[in-house]
Design a protein around this ligand. Structure first.
Ligand code: ARG
Length: 445
């Protein structure tokens, strides 16, 4: 124990308040942040090169720790002092765990979001190419879960992509918010040590700084925003999974899920349970729960650091860990599922019949009533096939196979544009963080 001045070594209170468990998630990021701090102390003239060198070597050899430490920050500092001797204690200058943990969390979240963008791009590309091949695959769509009108698989896939396009923008905003450095802001008001906060931000590849030191040390809004954007994406997947459970059930049976996504019953051999979709729904529930925990812990905290903030940490990663596997499952199911059912309920062309009548000059309400009365009397008949029905659709965004081709090419271009913007943005911080390595190597020589 380095910081605790009272209590015994075996104090159960240390265990109760420690973040060692969740700190495992940010172990590498904490070391990286400490390196940036040491390099900044050196560059701004507070420590000599040989001291910086010894400290950096110690940081590199820090692999694990045991002992009654409150957290990884204390353990790392103690380790540095043990390895380097008294001079290792310079790392405490101008630094607080408050700015350090906040920085480490942002680094980790930034990486997590980058991985999500890559997986999401792959999902959306595959979804758009399947849509291209599915403009003529007929699929009824539902409102109130009653069969509504004929549509196509392509139309459904493009709906999913439209949702993911909004999520993409939310995630990109979150990424940009997360990608700002709190480093150098001390415990709450900064420090008397002349650290160059902008240079520290550059070293870690951040786009800029979280300016105000109260915000930098004790705000978690940007991290919660990231979880909120991820959870929005999970909500899209959740509705999709619900669709697939229902449409693949034997009651409806118009979708056949790939064998790898279903499992049977140990007792009832006829079952093809949509197990990936069922588990997917639970993961969304978990993310929602974590988001709710984050907001609930956060909502009534006085400004400035409180140890409650530490208790948020596990909830970020508990949600994050579900996201990429979920994207993969969704990608796989959308690539391999098949539309198999013949859907012959002609009543779903009733709207087409009424619209056709109206377009001959009868006010729509009158035409509608005529059709409704025939349906009521059981005499409704329609000559309109599902194929004709979708071909008749006249507005953009509809399942009309001709119009939908334009939509697909528009969406493909848009995705490529956004993907290039993302890659360009990402390369900026990847390149910068490798500069940190170059400076580190220079000191270590
Ligand atoms: N372990 C804490 C966290 O993860 C950082 C410690 C801050 N402690 C303090 N007494 N200010 O948030």
């Amino acid at each position: 124990m380095l910081y605790r001045k009272w209590g015994s070594e075996k104090d159960y209170v240390v265990t109760y308040t420690s973040s060692n468990e969740s700190d495992r998630e940010i172990f590498e990021e904490v070391k990286t942040v400490m390196k940036a701090h040491v390099i900044e102390l050196y560059l701004s003239g507070y420590i000599k090169k040989d001291v910086a060198k010894k400290i950096l070597q110690a940081i590199n050899s820090f692999r694990e720790y045991v002992g009654d430490y409150e957290d990884v920050h204390e353990a790392l500092e103690d380790y540095i002092i043990k390895m380097v001797g008294e001079e290792g204690g310079w790392v405490g200058l101008g630094r607080s765990r408050n700015d350090h943990v906040s920085t480490a969390l942002r680094l980790k979240m930034r990486d997590a979001l980058v991985d999500v963008f890559e997986a999401l791009y792959n999902l959306r590309s595959s979804l758009l190419s399947r849509a291209e091949k599915s403009t003529d695959i007929l699929l009824p769509v539902y409102t109130h879960f009653q069969p509504a009108q004929p549509s196509s698989l392509a139309h459904y896939l493009l709906y999913v992509d439209e949702e993911l396009d909004s999520v993409w923008d939310q995630l990109f905003t979150s990424l940009k918010l997360v990608n700002r450095s709190p480093l150098g802001s001390g415990a709450i008001v900064g420090t008397n040590v002349k650290l160059d906060r902008k240079r520290e931000a550059e070293l870690l590849g951040f786009e800029g700084v979280v300016y105000n030191t109260i915000s930098a040390t004790a705000s978690r809004l940007d991290l919660i925003s990231a979880i909120s954007s991820l959870t929005l994406m999970m909500l899209v997947f959740s509705r999709l999974s619900e669709d697939l459970v229902l449409l693949s059930s034997s009651f409806i049976g118009i979708i056949r899920l790939p064998d790898t996504h279903v499992s049977t019953s140990s007792l009832m051999p006829q079952k093809r349970n949509a197990v990936t979709m069922e588990v997917l729904r639970t993961k969304v529930g978990e993310c929602l729960g974590h988001l709710m925990s984050l907001m609930t812990i956060y909502k009534a905290l006085p400004s400035g650091y409180n140890l409650d903030l530490q208790e948020l940490n596990k909830h970020y990663w508990e949600c994050v860990k579900h996201v990429i596997p979920t994207i993969y499952v969704v990608k796989d199911v959308l690539e391999k599922m098949e539309v198999i059912g013949k859907f012959d309920d002609k009543s779903i062309t009733a709207t087409d019949v009424a619209e056709d009548l109206a377009l001959t000059g009868i006010p729509y309400r009158k035409a509608y009533m005529e059709v409704a009365n025939k349906i009521k009397a059981g005499t409704f008949q329609s000559e309109i096939s599902f194929k004709t029905s979708i071909e008749k659709k006249a507005v953009i965004g509809s399942p009309n196979p001709e119009l939908i081709k334009d939509e697909i090419s528009f969406k493909k271009d848009k995705l490529e544009r956004k993907w290039n913007i993302f890659k360009e943005y990402k390369s900026q911080f990847i390149d910068k963080i490798s500069e940190l390595k170059v400076i580190e190597d220079g000191i270590l020589q």
